[in-house]
Design a binder for this molecule. Sequence first.
Ligand SMILES: NC(=O)c1ccc[n+]([C@@H]2O[C@H](COP(=O)([O-])OP(=O)(O)OC[C@H]3O[C@@H](n4cnc5c(N)ncnc54)[C@H](OP(=O)(O)O)[C@@H]3O)[C@@H](O)[C@H]2O)c1
Length: 316
Amino acid sequence: MILVTGAGGFVGVHLLKRLSALGLPVRALIRSDADVGRLRRVARSLCRSAIADAASLKRAMQGVEQVIHLAGIFRESWKETFETAHQDGTRRLMEAAREAKVRHVVYVSTLGAAPDRIYPFVRSKWLGEGEVRSSGLPFTILRPSLLFGEGDHFLMPLSRLLRSSPYAIIPGCEPLRCQPLWVGDLVSCLVKTVESGVGKGEAIALAGPAQISYEGVVDLVQRELGSRRPKMLLPLSLAATLTLLLERVMGSPPLTTGVLDIWRLGAITSRDTVQKAYGFTPMPLSEGARYLLSSNGPPGRRGGRKERTMTPNRSI
Ligand SMILES: NC(=O)c1ccc[n+]([C@@H]2O[C@H](COP(=O)([O-])OP(=O)(O)OC[C@H]3O[C@@H](n4cnc5c(N)ncnc54)[C@H](OP(=O)(O)O)[C@@H]3O)[C@@H](O)[C@H]2O)c1
């Protein structure tokens, strides 16, 4: 049995669909009742528990051989900080996994995870990695760059903002860069990791084949949407303050502290990380954006991509 934490989130839903299509036994750990309906069809069993709840975690671990730990947050609240979610939460999960004699833990961290105090999100993911490493359990740490796909926290909020705002706001006067990865490609890496134990004891950076600036992403989205909003450069400190403010008042803010942290840290690496570790070339953002932002629907669902999606790496 594979236990997936954070199963109701963006990556979790894509992963569960793939694991279920492959017929692998999955238990989904969710924290909100709202996730029950849409996951019931794709998870063999559902378990409702916060990572902090030791008693229900213990029940969730029964019969579990592998854990894919996705649970995390992109913005802090009065209830939860990055550190409590990513470090304390991971520690509790590792304690429960050790007790259940789990044979492999896969932790989804982030590209750029580092002890740097300026960036609270990436620092907390680095602390979470530390909990996995010191657990004594066999592990693989995956460090993806920003992810795009249906329901993401990056491209879709940006396109919503560009549809509704009179300006295209670009945070940072120096170009912010990243190397976005398609969620379907991360899912392929996760599946290969649990099926064949790729990268045991390692931390593997995962990024798309192209590096792009924030302004480049805005240009790409504007092109796909056929819009020409004038650009407005916002100093990074102001963008960070505005982000903090918006994430306090909006249910789905255009940017969160966590996503801005990944941008700020320059979430880039070499272009062939996925090829080297998993033997396939991930989808470029330009291709994904065309499908996600057009009326054609998301990649992997129709037309030109359909043939390519027949390969195992390409199905959602
Ligand atoms: N998306 C990206 O671009 C990206 C990039 C790099 C790394 N990552 C990492 O990949 C992982 C998955 O990302 P995602 O985009 O799927 O995130 P997401 O959409 O925010 O989903 C995270 C899930 O974790 C759950 N969760 C958070 N704290 C929890 C807790 N204490 N106990 C139980 N469940 C908890 C959330 O539940 P609620 O809905 O109840 O909050 C949510 O269902 C995260 O660890 C993230 O840091 C993502």
